[in-house]
Design a protein. Structure first.
Length: 706
């Protein structure tokens, strides 16, 4: 047997230097992390001990790129490890993450708080050669980034900052690990077929397959293992493809309640996965970090580097949306109540409870539009949706996708594609990871295994991007058949991936999605617009058995129902933004109990009943463990942008290549090389207004600039 060699420490020798997932062993990670830290430290020492006058070239972009086969080892291994920690983790990886996190945070602080390195960068910031706009932005970002990381603090301040950031990084990791464990621990196991009443065949088949793949041990006093009794069995989980249909279709109200309460009380129980105190501590750590750096609140600190600029502008957006949408949302709520009163006969516990909302929304949608997700599933077979999404990119930008099975992947669910530009040249590698599984976080996201940049020899290093989703799985009887909402999710994450694939900047730290945070959702939310466009649906929506196209009548109903419960959905997003801002505008130590604080924080945007035991905060990964702390408003901010941008396409044609090329050239390829509003105005010809969003949602209000 040949001796194993750590693949991180040598050339990958794979197609396009893609990650050799098939050769990586668990022990390779720690060795590569430690060697990467050593190399980093060696480079820092070389930089600060350079006797030459500090310059942009020998200080800001000082890398050993001239070495044959150069790569940033720490970045290489970190990218793989932390991407898989979200997409394909296990107990061993979780334990290693706990071990490595404080080491990596200390290393990052050692660089950011190195006084000799900062003095060199400061010298370049004050005195430098003529720089290109992109070089100037990199220099400014580098200098300001160090200042925002504590470079100007005295020694006591730096030591305190180290303590705070190290604790925060560990707690963020613990938050995510707790959430994954709690979500995957719950199952609703059904052996009585009568309890499946109302559920569509796709949901039943998926639940039967889940039970078959994961037979259960019997709880106390009962035998639930189908292998023991040979009885029929169905398993439902908190993963979206299982949870969503059950809440929408099941007539079993008590089971809906059980599932709802399970999902909305995760990480609140008296066990080791409780996140309540972790959240409280994270809020206080971030507040103290911001105040140590001279800001009144963490939101003030964050928004200094956002399009919104300050909390006043964020609250203005959120309040404008409440004022515009709440009257319509109230009417939508009254319609639901009326539907519930007409449907329910029993007198006990009348009134819409949170576990009733999806159920009666579906009934109301059927009554008004004769449309539901299950009618559309047969026309959204995953392989055809992939063809449709890729075809859309081809029609807009001329790019093509070709699956390459020689590119290693980390799980059989993952497909790897080579992407080629309209002139036939290689553009990127695209990974797509479609379905839920045990070691995978919920939700959907885009990430990269390699960013884009141009090296000193002029070679344009192309990106390797990945979208990770939790879409409906195939069953033994049927292929993966998606809902329209899942198609929108695919389009959303694919929009992010185009932002990464079209990147064409000199520096990796400014390429692709490395933009101000409240701009990053524009390319993704823009793509969602196509989900209800007839001319797009016509390209891929064919019945998986008969090959018949999605009927015109169904498309008409899709378009007509587009704004069904839109105001309610808007207020839901606004409520999350209010909650986020409530935590991160704290000026004093946060001592309140999380659950009642949450219910008060978002009260203005909540129309339904708030249950005393449920809690969003403890599972709100975006603001506790992701990059959206004091930034969740970004989704609504970007929605204004995407509606405004799509209105340009609607004017010239939704597949207009000239408009698409402008969108690519001015926004998708430019990354963070210029201020987002500069890029947007270059595409649009002016600043965006809320007008297009209101029009799209059928809300009448005067034009307002954001």
């Amino acid at each position: 047997m040949s001796e194993h060699r750590n693949p991180f420490l040598e050339p990958y020798n794979t197609p396009h230097d893609t990650v050799p997932f098939d050769r990586i062993r668990m022990e390779d990670y720690e060795e590569a992390f430690m060697e990467g830290i050593r190399r980093d430290n060696e480079l820092i020492e070389k930089t600060i001990n350079n006797p030459d006058r500090p310059t942009f070239d020998n200080t800001i972009i000082n890398k050993d790129e001239d070495e044959e086969g150069y790569y940033d080892l720490l970045s290489r291994v970190s990218t793989v490890f932390f991407n898989l920690l979200s997409a394909e983790t296990n107990d061993e990886m979780d334990a290693l993450a706990q071990k490595l996190q404080p080491i990596l945070t200390k290393h990052a602080n050692d660089i950011r708080l190195n006084p000799r390195l900062f003095e060199r960068i400061k010298a370049v910031h004050l005195h430098h050669r003529h720089l290109t706009p992109e070089e100037q932005r990199l220099l400014d970002d580098t200098y300001e980034g160090l200042v925002r990381s504590g470079a100007l603090l005295d020694e006591d301040g730096k030591n305190r900052l180290r303590q705070l950031t190290e604790e925060a990084s560990m707690l963020s990791l613990q938050f995510s690990q707790n959430l994954l464990k709690e979500n995957k621990a719950f199952t609703l196991h059904i052996t009585d077929e009568a309890q499946l009443d109302g559920l569509p065949e796709t949901a039943r088949e998926a639940a039967a397959l889940a039970a078959k793949e994961a037979p259960l041990s019997a709880p106390e006093g009962a035998t639930n293992d189908p292998a023991v009794e040979g009885e029929s069995s169905w398993l439902f989980t908190l993963d979206a493809p299982s949870y969503g249909p059950f809440m929408t279709y099941s007539t079993q109200r008590e089971l809906r309640k059980q599932l709802y309460m399970a999902r909305n009380t995760v990480c609140t129980h008296d066990n080791s996965e409780n996140n309540l105190e972790i959240c409280k501590r994270l809020v206080n750590l971030r507040r103290e970090i911001a105040q140590l750096l001279g800001y009144k609140t963490y939101a003030d600190y964050v928004l200094k580097r956002r399009m919104a600029s300050n909390t006043r502008n964020v609250y203005k957006l959120l309040n404008d949306l409440i004022d515009a949408y709440k009257p319509t949302a109230v009417k939508e709520r009254e319609e639901l109540k009326k539907e519930e009163r007409g449907e329910r006969k029993e007198e006990s516990d009348k009134g819409i409870k949170p576990w009733d909302t999806a159920f009666y929304s579906h009934k109301l949608q059927m009554k008004k539009y004769n449309l539901d997700a299950e009618m559309l599933r047969p026309y959204f077979e995953l392989s055809k949706v992939i063809d449709g999404v890729f075809g859309l990119a081809n029609r807009l930008y001329g790019i093509t996708f070709k699956e390459n099975k020689n590119i290693p992947v980390y799980h059989p669910d993952v497909k790897a594609y080579e992407v080629f530009d309209k002139d036939g040249s290689y553009l990127a590698v695209f990974y797509a990871d479609f379905h839920p599984r045990k070691g995978k976080q919920g939700g959907a996201w885009m990430t990269e295994y390699q960013g884009q940049w141009i090296d000193r020899k002029g070679e344009n290093v192309r990106p390797h991007v990945s979208v990770v989703m939790n879409l409906t799985k195939p069953t033994e009887e049927k292929p993966a058949l998606l809902t329209l909402s899942e198609v929108e999710t695919f389009l959303h994450e694919f929009g992010h991936s185009l932002h990464g694939m079209f990147a064409n900047t000199r520096f990796e730290s400014m390429s692709g999605t490395n933009v101000l945070w409240d701009f990053v959702e524009l390319p993704s939310q823009f793509m969602e617009n196509y989900a209800v466009e007839k001319d797009f649906l016509r390209t891929f929506a064919f019945h998986y058995e008969t090959g018949e196209p999605l009927p015109d009548e169904l498309i008409r109903r899709i378009v007509k129902s587009r704004n069904f419960m839109a105001a309610t959905a808007c207020l839901r997003q606004v409520s999350f933004g209010l909650l986020d801002m409530a935590y991160y505008t704290q000026r004093e130590e946060f001592t309140a109990d999380i659950i009642p604080f949450e219910k008060q924080a978002w009260k203005r945007a909540i129309l339904g009943e708030q249950l005393p035991d449920t809690c969003m905060t403890v599972q709100f990964s975006h603001i506790m463990a992701g990059g959206y702390a004091a930034g969740y408003y970004s989704y609504k901010w970007a929605e204004v942008l995407d509606a405004d941008a799509f209105s340009v396409f609607k004017k010239h044609g939704i597949f207009d290549q000239k408009t698409a090329q402008s969108f690519r050239d001015n926004i998708l390829s430019r990354g963070g090389t210029e201020h987002p509003m500069t890029l947007y105005k270059r595409f649009r010809g002016g600043e965006p207004t809320i007008d297009a969003l209101l029009k799209r949602n059928g809300i009448k209000r005067k034009t307002k600039k954001i």
